[in-house]
Design a protein around this ligand. Structure first.
Ligand code: SF4
Ligand code: SF4
Length: 418
Protein backbone atom coordinates (compact mmCIF):
# COMPACT_ATOMS: atom_id res chain seq x y z
CA UNK A 1 0.00 0.00 0.00
CA UNK A 2 1.24 3.50 -0.84
CA UNK A 3 1.44 5.58 2.33
CA UNK A 4 1.55 9.34 2.64
CA UNK A 5 2.03 10.06 -1.00
CA UNK A 6 0.36 12.85 -2.88
CA UNK A 7 -1.64 12.50 -6.07
CA UNK A 8 -1.33 15.56 -8.29
CA UNK A 9 -3.57 16.21 -11.23
CA UNK A 10 -3.22 19.06 -13.68
CA UNK A 11 -6.31 20.06 -15.61
CA UNK A 12 -4.43 21.96 -18.29
CA UNK A 13 -1.88 19.29 -19.22
CA UNK A 14 -3.89 16.27 -17.96
CA UNK A 15 -0.66 15.21 -16.24
CA UNK A 16 -0.88 12.89 -13.25
CA UNK A 17 1.84 12.44 -10.67
CA UNK A 18 2.15 10.49 -7.45
CA UNK A 19 4.86 12.09 -5.36
CA UNK A 20 6.24 12.13 -1.82
CA UNK A 21 4.81 14.62 0.63
CA UNK A 22 8.20 16.36 0.87
CA UNK A 23 8.15 16.86 -2.91
CA UNK A 24 4.61 18.17 -2.75
CA UNK A 25 5.70 20.77 -0.20
CA UNK A 26 8.38 22.00 -2.62
CA UNK A 27 5.89 22.28 -5.48
CA UNK A 28 3.28 23.98 -3.36
CA UNK A 29 5.71 26.53 -1.96
CA UNK A 30 7.60 26.83 -5.25
CA UNK A 31 10.83 26.47 -3.33
CA UNK A 32 12.81 23.64 -4.86
CA UNK A 33 15.80 21.82 -3.39
CA UNK A 34 15.57 19.12 -6.08
CA UNK A 35 16.23 20.40 -9.66
CA UNK A 36 14.80 17.19 -11.20
CA UNK A 37 11.55 17.78 -9.35
CA UNK A 38 11.42 21.38 -10.63
CA UNK A 39 11.95 20.11 -14.18
CA UNK A 40 9.19 17.48 -13.80
CA UNK A 41 6.84 20.05 -12.27
CA UNK A 42 7.41 22.49 -15.13
CA UNK A 43 7.18 19.87 -17.86
CA UNK A 44 3.82 18.73 -16.54
CA UNK A 45 2.38 22.14 -15.83
CA UNK A 46 2.36 21.89 -12.03
CA UNK A 47 4.59 24.95 -12.01
CA UNK A 48 4.35 27.63 -14.69
CA UNK A 49 6.39 30.79 -15.29
CA UNK A 50 4.96 33.75 -13.37
CA UNK A 51 4.36 35.68 -16.61
CA UNK A 52 2.28 32.90 -18.21
CA UNK A 53 -1.45 33.61 -18.43
CA UNK A 54 -2.87 30.09 -18.24
CA UNK A 55 -6.49 31.19 -18.60
CA UNK A 56 -5.85 32.99 -21.87
CA UNK A 57 -3.75 30.02 -23.01
CA UNK A 58 -6.65 27.63 -22.40
CA UNK A 59 -9.05 29.96 -24.21
CA UNK A 60 -6.60 30.38 -27.10
CA UNK A 61 -6.32 26.58 -27.50
CA UNK A 62 -10.11 26.40 -27.44
CA UNK A 63 -10.38 29.05 -30.16
CA UNK A 64 -7.75 27.30 -32.30
CA UNK A 65 -9.71 24.09 -32.03
CA UNK A 66 -13.04 25.77 -32.70
CA UNK A 67 -11.75 27.57 -35.79
CA UNK A 68 -9.83 24.57 -37.09
CA UNK A 69 -10.36 23.79 -40.73
CA UNK A 70 -9.12 20.24 -40.32
CA UNK A 71 -12.57 18.97 -39.60
CA UNK A 72 -16.25 19.47 -40.44
CA UNK A 73 -18.93 17.68 -38.43
CA UNK A 74 -22.58 17.12 -39.35
CA UNK A 75 -25.14 15.73 -36.96
CA UNK A 76 -27.95 14.50 -39.16
CA UNK A 77 -31.45 13.71 -37.87
CA UNK A 78 -33.15 11.55 -40.53
CA UNK A 79 -36.21 11.59 -38.28
CA UNK A 80 -37.48 12.96 -34.99
CA UNK A 81 -39.78 9.93 -34.61
CA UNK A 82 -38.82 7.35 -32.02
CA UNK A 83 -39.95 3.87 -31.10
CA UNK A 84 -39.25 4.46 -27.41
CA UNK A 85 -40.96 6.88 -25.04
CA UNK A 86 -38.36 7.80 -22.42
CA UNK A 87 -40.05 10.07 -19.89
CA UNK A 88 -36.98 12.30 -19.68
CA UNK A 89 -36.39 12.90 -23.40
CA UNK A 90 -36.00 16.56 -24.32
CA UNK A 91 -37.47 15.79 -27.75
CA UNK A 92 -40.85 14.77 -26.34
CA UNK A 93 -42.43 18.02 -27.47
CA UNK A 94 -41.02 17.66 -30.99
CA UNK A 95 -43.34 16.75 -33.83
CA UNK A 96 -42.38 13.38 -35.34
CA UNK A 97 -41.05 14.31 -38.77
CA UNK A 98 -39.19 12.14 -41.27
CA UNK A 99 -36.78 13.56 -43.79
CA UNK A 100 -38.26 14.04 -47.25
CA UNK A 101 -36.49 13.09 -50.48
CA UNK A 102 -35.87 16.72 -51.48
CA UNK A 103 -34.00 17.39 -48.21
CA UNK A 104 -31.97 14.18 -48.50
CA UNK A 105 -31.07 15.12 -52.06
CA UNK A 106 -29.68 18.49 -50.94
CA UNK A 107 -27.62 17.20 -47.99
CA UNK A 108 -24.64 15.71 -49.90
CA UNK A 109 -24.06 18.96 -51.83
CA UNK A 110 -24.37 20.98 -48.61
CA UNK A 111 -21.74 18.77 -46.98
CA UNK A 112 -19.58 18.76 -50.11
CA UNK A 113 -19.39 22.55 -49.97
CA UNK A 114 -17.16 22.09 -46.88
CA UNK A 115 -14.98 19.37 -48.35
CA UNK A 116 -12.66 21.75 -50.16
CA UNK A 117 -11.54 23.34 -46.89
CA UNK A 118 -11.22 20.44 -44.44
CA UNK A 119 -9.21 17.22 -44.08
CA UNK A 120 -11.95 15.14 -42.49
CA UNK A 121 -15.72 14.97 -42.46
CA UNK A 122 -17.58 13.34 -39.60
CA UNK A 123 -21.27 12.46 -39.58
CA UNK A 124 -23.25 11.62 -36.45
CA UNK A 125 -26.61 9.90 -37.01
CA UNK A 126 -29.09 11.07 -34.43
CA UNK A 127 -32.85 11.31 -34.04
CA UNK A 128 -35.47 10.45 -32.78
CA UNK A 129 -34.31 6.95 -33.43
CA UNK A 130 -32.13 7.23 -36.56
CA UNK A 131 -32.41 3.54 -37.44
CA UNK A 132 -36.10 4.03 -38.20
CA UNK A 133 -34.70 5.57 -41.37
CA UNK A 134 -31.96 3.06 -42.08
CA UNK A 135 -32.45 3.30 -45.86
CA UNK A 136 -31.88 7.04 -45.65
CA UNK A 137 -28.71 6.52 -43.60
CA UNK A 138 -27.45 4.00 -46.15
CA UNK A 139 -28.20 6.21 -49.14
CA UNK A 140 -26.71 9.38 -47.61
CA UNK A 141 -23.66 7.59 -46.22
CA UNK A 142 -22.80 6.18 -49.61
CA UNK A 143 -23.11 9.54 -51.32
CA UNK A 144 -21.08 11.40 -48.68
CA UNK A 145 -18.41 8.68 -48.61
CA UNK A 146 -18.10 8.83 -52.41
CA UNK A 147 -17.72 12.61 -52.27
CA UNK A 148 -15.12 12.49 -49.52
CA UNK A 149 -13.11 9.98 -51.57
CA UNK A 150 -13.37 12.20 -54.62
CA UNK A 151 -12.02 15.10 -52.54
CA UNK A 152 -9.32 12.90 -50.98
CA UNK A 153 -10.43 13.58 -47.42
CA UNK A 154 -11.24 11.31 -44.50
CA UNK A 155 -14.75 10.21 -43.55
CA UNK A 156 -15.83 8.90 -40.16
CA UNK A 157 -19.22 8.35 -38.61
CA UNK A 158 -20.99 7.38 -35.42
CA UNK A 159 -24.57 6.78 -34.35
CA UNK A 160 -26.59 7.59 -31.25
CA UNK A 161 -29.26 4.92 -31.09
CA UNK A 162 -31.49 3.00 -28.71
CA UNK A 163 -30.29 -0.17 -30.54
CA UNK A 164 -33.78 -1.65 -30.76
CA UNK A 165 -33.61 -2.01 -34.54
CA UNK A 166 -29.99 -3.08 -34.72
CA UNK A 167 -30.21 -6.62 -36.04
CA UNK A 168 -26.94 -8.30 -36.96
CA UNK A 169 -27.53 -7.53 -40.67
CA UNK A 170 -28.32 -3.87 -40.03
CA UNK A 171 -25.26 -3.46 -37.81
CA UNK A 172 -23.10 -5.09 -40.51
CA UNK A 173 -24.45 -2.62 -43.05
CA UNK A 174 -23.89 0.34 -40.73
CA UNK A 175 -20.35 -0.61 -39.76
CA UNK A 176 -19.06 -1.80 -43.13
CA UNK A 177 -21.11 0.06 -45.75
CA UNK A 178 -21.85 3.26 -43.82
CA UNK A 179 -18.53 3.30 -41.93
CA UNK A 180 -20.17 3.83 -38.55
CA UNK A 181 -17.29 3.23 -36.17
CA UNK A 182 -19.04 3.96 -32.87
CA UNK A 183 -22.52 3.43 -31.46
CA UNK A 184 -23.74 5.19 -28.33
CA UNK A 185 -26.51 3.33 -26.55
CA UNK A 186 -28.24 4.35 -23.33
CA UNK A 187 -29.25 1.88 -20.64
CA UNK A 188 -31.52 2.96 -17.81
CA UNK A 189 -31.00 0.12 -15.34
CA UNK A 190 -31.53 -3.62 -15.15
CA UNK A 191 -34.16 -5.24 -17.38
CA UNK A 192 -37.34 -4.23 -15.54
CA UNK A 193 -36.35 -0.64 -14.83
CA UNK A 194 -34.84 -0.17 -18.27
CA UNK A 195 -38.02 -1.34 -19.99
CA UNK A 196 -40.19 0.77 -17.68
CA UNK A 197 -38.23 3.91 -18.50
CA UNK A 198 -37.84 3.29 -22.21
CA UNK A 199 -41.50 2.32 -22.68
CA UNK A 200 -40.82 0.86 -26.14
CA UNK A 201 -43.77 0.98 -28.48
CA UNK A 202 -43.17 -2.61 -29.59
CA UNK A 203 -43.49 -5.32 -26.96
CA UNK A 204 -40.99 -7.38 -29.00
CA UNK A 205 -38.13 -5.26 -27.70
CA UNK A 206 -36.58 -6.79 -24.61
CA UNK A 207 -33.60 -5.87 -22.49
CA UNK A 208 -31.78 -8.91 -23.88
CA UNK A 209 -32.50 -7.91 -27.47
CA UNK A 210 -30.94 -4.51 -26.78
CA UNK A 211 -27.87 -6.15 -25.23
CA UNK A 212 -27.56 -8.48 -28.23
CA UNK A 213 -27.71 -5.48 -30.56
CA UNK A 214 -24.95 -3.83 -28.54
CA UNK A 215 -22.92 -7.04 -28.87
CA UNK A 216 -23.45 -6.93 -32.63
CA UNK A 217 -21.69 -3.54 -32.85
CA UNK A 218 -18.77 -4.91 -30.84
CA UNK A 219 -18.58 -8.08 -32.95
CA UNK A 220 -18.49 -6.04 -36.15
CA UNK A 221 -15.53 -4.05 -34.82
CA UNK A 222 -17.28 -0.80 -33.87
CA UNK A 223 -16.72 0.95 -30.58
CA UNK A 224 -19.59 0.80 -28.14
CA UNK A 225 -20.20 3.72 -25.78
CA UNK A 226 -22.73 2.81 -23.11
CA UNK A 227 -24.39 5.69 -21.29
CA UNK A 228 -26.18 5.14 -18.00
CA UNK A 229 -28.74 7.83 -17.25
CA UNK A 230 -28.93 7.95 -13.47
CA UNK A 231 -31.34 9.52 -11.03
CA UNK A 232 -32.39 8.67 -7.46
CA UNK A 233 -34.75 5.91 -8.59
CA UNK A 234 -32.50 3.88 -10.90
CA UNK A 235 -29.11 4.61 -9.40
CA UNK A 236 -28.89 1.34 -7.41
CA UNK A 237 -30.09 -0.57 -10.43
CA UNK A 238 -27.34 0.99 -12.53
CA UNK A 239 -24.76 0.14 -9.87
CA UNK A 240 -25.88 -3.49 -10.16
CA UNK A 241 -25.77 -3.32 -13.94
CA UNK A 242 -22.14 -2.14 -14.11
CA UNK A 243 -20.54 -5.48 -13.02
CA UNK A 244 -22.80 -7.38 -15.43
CA UNK A 245 -21.63 -5.18 -18.29
CA UNK A 246 -18.04 -5.57 -17.07
CA UNK A 247 -18.41 -9.34 -17.26
CA UNK A 248 -20.10 -9.20 -20.67
CA UNK A 249 -17.41 -7.02 -22.24
CA UNK A 250 -14.42 -8.23 -20.25
CA UNK A 251 -11.06 -7.39 -21.81
CA UNK A 252 -12.59 -5.32 -24.62
CA UNK A 253 -11.14 -1.83 -24.77
CA UNK A 254 -13.61 -0.95 -27.53
CA UNK A 255 -16.43 -0.84 -25.00
CA UNK A 256 -16.68 2.27 -22.85
CA UNK A 257 -19.11 3.18 -20.14
CA UNK A 258 -20.10 6.42 -18.49
CA UNK A 259 -22.85 7.61 -16.21
CA UNK A 260 -24.68 10.89 -16.71
CA UNK A 261 -27.01 12.47 -14.17
CA UNK A 262 -30.51 12.56 -15.59
CA UNK A 263 -32.38 15.81 -16.12
CA UNK A 264 -35.30 16.71 -18.28
CA UNK A 265 -38.98 16.26 -17.90
CA UNK A 266 -40.10 13.98 -15.12
CA UNK A 267 -40.26 14.29 -11.38
CA UNK A 268 -37.65 16.92 -10.47
CA UNK A 269 -37.33 15.46 -6.98
CA UNK A 270 -35.89 12.30 -8.49
CA UNK A 271 -32.99 14.18 -10.02
CA UNK A 272 -29.70 14.55 -8.17
CA UNK A 273 -28.71 17.97 -6.95
CA UNK A 274 -25.19 19.38 -7.23
CA UNK A 275 -24.62 18.44 -3.57
CA UNK A 276 -25.54 14.78 -4.12
CA UNK A 277 -23.28 14.10 -7.03
CA UNK A 278 -19.89 13.50 -5.43
CA UNK A 279 -21.25 10.84 -3.08
CA UNK A 280 -23.15 9.15 -5.90
CA UNK A 281 -20.18 9.15 -8.25
CA UNK A 282 -17.92 7.62 -5.61
CA UNK A 283 -19.99 4.44 -5.85
CA UNK A 284 -20.25 4.70 -9.62
CA UNK A 285 -16.48 5.01 -10.03
CA UNK A 286 -15.77 2.16 -7.60
CA UNK A 287 -18.16 -0.08 -9.53
CA UNK A 288 -16.60 0.96 -12.85
CA UNK A 289 -13.08 0.30 -11.55
CA UNK A 290 -14.09 -3.11 -10.17
CA UNK A 291 -15.79 -3.97 -13.47
CA UNK A 292 -12.68 -3.02 -15.49
CA UNK A 293 -14.16 0.02 -17.24
CA UNK A 294 -11.72 2.37 -15.51
CA UNK A 295 -8.24 0.92 -15.28
CA UNK A 296 -6.02 3.96 -14.76
CA UNK A 297 -6.48 7.51 -13.53
CA UNK A 298 -6.61 8.59 -17.18
CA UNK A 299 -10.01 6.91 -17.30
CA UNK A 300 -11.40 9.39 -14.78
CA UNK A 301 -13.31 12.30 -16.29
CA UNK A 302 -11.13 15.29 -15.56
CA UNK A 303 -8.95 15.73 -18.60
CA UNK A 304 -8.29 18.79 -20.71
CA UNK A 305 -11.20 18.63 -23.09
CA UNK A 306 -10.87 20.52 -26.27
CA UNK A 307 -14.23 19.68 -27.73
CA UNK A 308 -16.79 19.93 -24.98
CA UNK A 309 -19.28 21.98 -26.96
CA UNK A 310 -19.43 20.92 -30.58
CA UNK A 311 -21.69 23.89 -31.39
CA UNK A 312 -18.77 26.25 -30.86
CA UNK A 313 -16.75 24.56 -33.59
CA UNK A 314 -17.14 26.76 -36.63
CA UNK A 315 -17.66 23.85 -39.05
CA UNK A 316 -20.01 21.78 -36.94
CA UNK A 317 -23.70 21.67 -37.81
CA UNK A 318 -26.93 19.96 -36.91
CA UNK A 319 -29.30 19.17 -39.78
CA UNK A 320 -32.90 18.49 -38.80
CA UNK A 321 -35.32 16.41 -40.91
CA UNK A 322 -36.71 19.53 -42.62
CA UNK A 323 -33.21 20.48 -43.78
CA UNK A 324 -32.87 23.40 -41.38
CA UNK A 325 -29.38 23.86 -40.00
CA UNK A 326 -28.54 24.66 -36.37
CA UNK A 327 -25.42 24.63 -34.23
CA UNK A 328 -26.76 22.74 -31.21
CA UNK A 329 -29.10 19.74 -31.15
CA UNK A 330 -30.77 21.02 -27.99
CA UNK A 331 -31.93 24.23 -29.64
CA UNK A 332 -33.90 22.94 -32.64
CA UNK A 333 -37.16 24.48 -31.45
CA UNK A 334 -35.59 27.91 -30.93
CA UNK A 335 -36.37 29.73 -34.18
CA UNK A 336 -33.65 32.31 -33.70
CA UNK A 337 -31.05 29.52 -33.45
CA UNK A 338 -31.61 28.47 -37.06
CA UNK A 339 -28.56 29.43 -39.08
CA UNK A 340 -29.67 28.29 -42.53
CA UNK A 341 -30.77 25.25 -44.46
CA UNK A 342 -29.27 22.61 -46.70
CA UNK A 343 -30.72 24.22 -49.83
CA UNK A 344 -29.27 27.71 -49.43
CA UNK A 345 -26.39 27.10 -47.04
CA UNK A 346 -25.42 28.76 -43.78
CA UNK A 347 -25.93 32.42 -43.02
CA UNK A 348 -23.63 34.35 -40.77
CA UNK A 349 -26.71 35.56 -38.90
CA UNK A 350 -26.98 36.66 -35.27
CA UNK A 351 -27.00 33.10 -33.90
CA UNK A 352 -24.00 32.07 -35.99
CA UNK A 353 -22.10 35.19 -34.92
CA UNK A 354 -22.76 34.38 -31.27
CA UNK A 355 -21.56 30.78 -31.69
CA UNK A 356 -18.48 31.94 -33.59
CA UNK A 357 -17.49 34.30 -30.77
CA UNK A 358 -19.01 32.82 -27.65
CA UNK A 359 -19.10 34.87 -24.52
CA UNK A 360 -16.93 33.40 -21.76
CA UNK A 361 -18.69 34.29 -18.47
CA UNK A 362 -16.56 35.97 -15.81
CA UNK A 363 -17.22 33.07 -13.41
CA UNK A 364 -15.64 30.65 -15.92
CA UNK A 365 -12.48 32.72 -16.18
CA UNK A 366 -12.01 32.24 -12.45
CA UNK A 367 -12.96 28.56 -12.40
CA UNK A 368 -10.46 25.70 -12.06
CA UNK A 369 -12.60 23.52 -14.32
CA UNK A 370 -12.25 25.79 -17.35
CA UNK A 371 -9.67 23.54 -19.14
CA UNK A 372 -11.92 20.57 -18.73
CA UNK A 373 -15.35 22.06 -19.37
CA UNK A 374 -14.39 24.95 -21.70
CA UNK A 375 -17.05 27.23 -20.22
CA UNK A 376 -19.82 24.67 -20.16
CA UNK A 377 -23.14 24.39 -21.93
CA UNK A 378 -24.87 27.46 -23.31
CA UNK A 379 -28.02 25.48 -24.15
CA UNK A 380 -28.45 24.14 -20.61
CA UNK A 381 -28.07 27.64 -19.22
CA UNK A 382 -30.40 29.23 -21.77
CA UNK A 383 -33.09 26.55 -21.55
CA UNK A 384 -32.57 26.21 -17.81
CA UNK A 385 -32.10 22.45 -17.69
CA UNK A 386 -29.76 20.20 -15.76
CA UNK A 387 -27.05 21.87 -13.75
CA UNK A 388 -27.30 24.91 -16.04
CA UNK A 389 -23.99 25.92 -17.57
CA UNK A 390 -21.72 23.79 -15.37
CA UNK A 391 -21.25 20.11 -16.28
CA UNK A 392 -21.55 17.46 -13.59
CA UNK A 393 -17.76 16.99 -13.47
CA UNK A 394 -17.58 20.34 -11.66
CA UNK A 395 -19.34 18.74 -8.69
CA UNK A 396 -17.60 15.39 -8.43
CA UNK A 397 -14.01 16.28 -7.59
CA UNK A 398 -14.18 14.40 -4.29
CA UNK A 399 -15.37 11.30 -6.11
CA UNK A 400 -12.62 11.58 -8.73
CA UNK A 401 -9.90 11.99 -6.12
CA UNK A 402 -11.38 9.16 -4.11
CA UNK A 403 -11.43 6.93 -7.18
CA UNK A 404 -7.85 7.90 -8.01
CA UNK A 405 -6.90 6.86 -4.47
CA UNK A 406 -8.69 3.55 -4.97
CA UNK A 407 -6.88 2.95 -8.27
CA UNK A 408 -3.52 3.84 -6.78
CA UNK A 409 -4.11 1.90 -3.60
CA UNK A 410 -3.94 4.88 -1.28
CA UNK A 411 -6.32 6.81 0.96
CA UNK A 412 -7.35 10.15 -0.40
CA UNK A 413 -7.55 13.60 1.07
CA UNK A 414 -8.12 16.71 -1.00
CA UNK A 415 -5.94 19.77 -0.56
CA UNK A 416 -8.01 22.54 -2.10
CA UNK A 417 -5.52 25.24 -1.26
CA UNK A 418 -3.34 24.49 -4.26
S1 SF4 B 1 -17.59 24.50 -14.27
FE1 SF4 B 1 -19.11 26.09 -14.57
S2 SF4 B 1 -18.10 28.00 -13.87
FE2 SF4 B 1 -16.52 26.44 -14.18
S3 SF4 B 1 -15.75 26.81 -16.25
FE3 SF4 B 1 -17.35 25.23 -16.36
S4 SF4 B 1 -19.25 26.34 -16.78
FE4 SF4 B 1 -17.76 27.84 -16.09
S1 SF4 C 1 -24.56 24.21 -26.13
FE1 SF4 C 1 -24.58 22.48 -24.72
S2 SF4 C 1 -25.93 20.94 -25.66
FE2 SF4 C 1 -25.37 22.44 -27.25
S3 SF4 C 1 -23.59 21.55 -28.27
FE3 SF4 C 1 -22.83 22.93 -26.69
S4 SF4 C 1 -22.51 21.62 -24.88
FE4 SF4 C 1 -23.83 20.48 -26.33
Amino acid sequence: MIVDQVFLYNLVTSAVAVIERSEYKQIKSCEFVDPDLLRMAMENGFVVPAEEDEIEKVLAIQRMNNYSTRFAGFQILPTTACNARCFYCYEQSYKAVCMKDAVAKAIPSFIESYMGMVDNVHVTWFGGEPMLEIDRIYELSNQIIDMSEKHGIGYTSDIITNATLATADVVRLLVHDCRVSQAQVTLDGLAEEHLRRKAYISKDVTFDSVLLAMDAFVEQGAKLLIRLNIDRRNYRDCLNLIPLLGERYKGLDTVMLYAAPLYGSGNQEDFFTEDDLSEIYKSVFYAMIDAGFIQTVDGLPLNFNNATCSAQMINNFVIDPSGDVFKCEHLLTEGRQRIGNVFEGVLFNEAMVEWASPNIPAKCRKCVFLPSCQAGCYAAETLNFGLKRCPHIAFITDAIVDAAGYLLGCKSHIDRSF
